[in-house]
Design a protein around this ligand. Sequence first.
Ligand SMILES: [Zn+2]
Length: 321
Amino acid sequence: MTRKNLFKILLVQMFVIFVAIAPTQAAKKIRVVTSLPDLADIAKQIGGDKVDVFAIAKGYQDPHFVDAKPSYMIKLKKADLFVQVGLDLEIGWVPPLLEGARNKKILWGGDGFVDASKSMALLQVPRGDPSKLRAKGDIHIFGNPHYWLDPLNGKIIAQNIFEGLIKIAPENETYFKQNLEAFEQKINDADQRWQALMAPYRGTEIYAYHNSWPYFEQHFGFKIAGFIEPKPGISPSPKYMAKVINEMKNKNIRIIIIEPYYPPKSAELVAKNTGAVLVELAPEVGGQPGVDDYFKLFDTNINKLIEAFKKVGVEPKPLSN
Ligand SMILES: [Zn+2]
């Protein structure tokens, strides 16, 4: 074999190796892990085909209390980006998972860590020492953490995820930016539709089991008069339930929103004594059948609420313009 031929063969071999490797490198996706499915859906919409997204909690699980399974640590170990709700919502399960994963990139302060609550206008920020509040059993000690239930807050979450993505993959900035703008436009369009559906019911008073809904309530203009839980995370006593029943009767409140992961017994008892109907809404993506993205979360919850308003005879108010 001549030297020239040997060189040719080597060249062909190198080319074969290059072709074999190149597609896997091109297809290597950014591995995103999020605490909640809502963050995962928004991450998918911004990351598009550049990301592979996994949500730890399922929408039918209480986001305050999730099992810190070792399989989640493995996911986090391999993650390029981690996104959490923050405000101590995940205090019981995210810190042990991050500790077990031993992945420096995605720890607080690392390039691969995103706290989706950054720049969020929070509701119900309590006064007083958070640790003392927690000791009393309150689980919303830095303000209400269920902020993704206002669709406009979805845009802030998207912006935070966008900033995280461009830190770890700056070469895709234009692509992520296009997706962010498309997402914002989609939210604005959908919100006009949602607002129009809810407008005739502004001011309607209802009750809820857990304090998951203040952002949803504020954005869509109905009014949550009280909760079956005396404090977030505390089950009601019989005495407290009697007070709830009394208030609902006095104010003629006929609807109680419940979440899929709380025991329905106390809400059922209150409903039985007041003639109210229970409406199970999706507190997160995946929290009801068919709620498989952030837009369906609002579509479904709004439809279910309006159905309940009609069922109990809440008259839609004529709009002034
Ligand atoms: Zn909560």
